[in-house]
Design a protein around this ligand. Structure first.
Ligand code: NAD
Ligand code: UDP
Length: 316
């Protein structure tokens, strides 16, 4: 198949490109390199099945493809709040253009949506049937309201134009190839612990997240794309940790001597987040296989290598 991956030079996108290329597909990777980098897909440059296009999804493009994985959008709060208007344009106009493309060439379209559509959830854990508790005017709104509109557009193209669509609601995902300056919690703590500087816990660290290792997530995306289920489907790891527990785990794995420092909690920071993955288990037969400890042990050496910092795994 000929498969388009928007945001393919980013963290999740590049792991998805790896899997699709390894499966023998023709892959077109489209990216504007805002938070992605050529380095992430360097191994495929020059491969006859691989094409790299520098393009911004807020502009339309004509391509011939069978499937579209639409991931283009900065995912870290630091990056999506850098230019919030651009983030909304990417979510709304970018998704509109990719759905228009899917309609024209009759491609199947998968939207990388997010657990952020649940906002600061009043229901715990979050099932797909929960409509969310989102602040429409806050500093996270460009991203979470943007993704909510992207979901709406996806379902309207499906109902109005018979576009075959899939919607994945992705929960916090981590792994090798996250940018060193990504700004999300797992990469921040790993970089700080490796550099021997204090781990910055925002608030008192009692807020929770559920962390999914990237290979599990990519498997879920591919299974959803090739299933009969339209979605939305939660994809994430239901094991829930407080941010302080995560800091302590990373501290123990890298440098038990490093300090933990408490910083102000950013506004609208969700207090609890954990996916209910009953639907993914039922309709896809999918569930994560990699524990947080194992995932961190696979991730840390990649960061150490890129930072040029020697790392000897600690026994925990
Ligand atoms: P990322 O920032 O590493 O990757 C996003 C990619 O999209 C980058 O390569 C970036 O350059 C590209 N991009 C951004 N704006 C673009 C534009 N206007 N035109 C073309 N390319 C553009 O983030 P990620 O973690 O790999 O996330 C990928 C997708 O998954 C995003 O849509 C994100 O919202 C979604 N998601 C991720 C997580 C997570 O925890 N990683 C959680 C929920 C949802
Ligand atoms: N966080 C933290 N220290 C950091 C970065 C993030 O304590 O250096 C917290 C953040 O406030 C949030 C959680 O970790 O409560 C997850 O943040 P992230 O940006 O990774 O993703 P989010 O789930 O908030 O989109």
């Amino acid at each position: 198949m000929r498969i388009l991956v928007t945001g393919g030079a980013g963290f999740i996108g590049s792991h998805l490109v790896d899997r699709l290329m390894e499966a023998g597909h023709e892959v077109i990777c489209l990216d504007n390199y805002f938070t992605g980098t050529k380095r992430n897909i360097l191994r495929w440059i020059g491969h006859p099945n691989f094409e790299l296009i520098r393009h911004d999804v807020t502009d339309p493009i004509r391509l011939e493809v069978d499937q579209i994985y639409h991931l283009a959008c900065p995912a870290s709060p630091v990056h999506y709040q850098y230019n919030p208007v651009k983030t909304i344009k990417t979510n709304v106009m970018g998704t509109l253009h990719m759905l228009g493309l899917a309609k024209r060439v009759k491609a199947r379209f998968l939207l990388a949506s997010t657990s952020e559509v649940y906002g600061d959830p009043l229901v715990h854990p979050q099932p797909e049937s929960y409509w969310g508790n989102v602040n429409p005017i806050g500093i996270r709104s460009c991203y979470d309201e943007g993704k909510r509109v992207a979901e709406t557009l996806t379902f309207d193209y499906h109902r109005q134009n018979n576009v075959e669509v899939r919607v994945a609601r992705i929960f916090n995902t981590y792994g090798p190839k996250m940018q060193v300056n990504d700004g999300r919690v797992v990469s921040n703590f790993i970089v700080q612990a490796l550099q021997g500087i204090p781990l910055t816990v925002y608030g008192d660290g009692s807020q929770t997240r559920s962390f999914c290792y990237v290979s599990d997530l990519v498997e879920g995306l591919i299974q959803l794309m090739n299933s009969d289920h339209i979605g939305p489907v939660n994809l994430g790891n239901p094991d829930e940790y407080t941010v302080l527990e995560l800091a302590q785990k990373i501290q123990a794995l890298i440098n038990p001597g490093v300090e933990i420092q408490f910083k102000p909690l950013p506004s609208d920071d969700p207090q609890r987040r954990r996916p209910d993955i009953t639907l993914a288990r039922t309709v896809l037969g999918w569930q994560p296989t990699i524990s947080l400890l194992e995932g961190l042990q696979r991730t840390i050496p990649d960061f150490a290598e890129r930072l040029g910092i020697p790392y000897t795994p600690m026994m925990v």
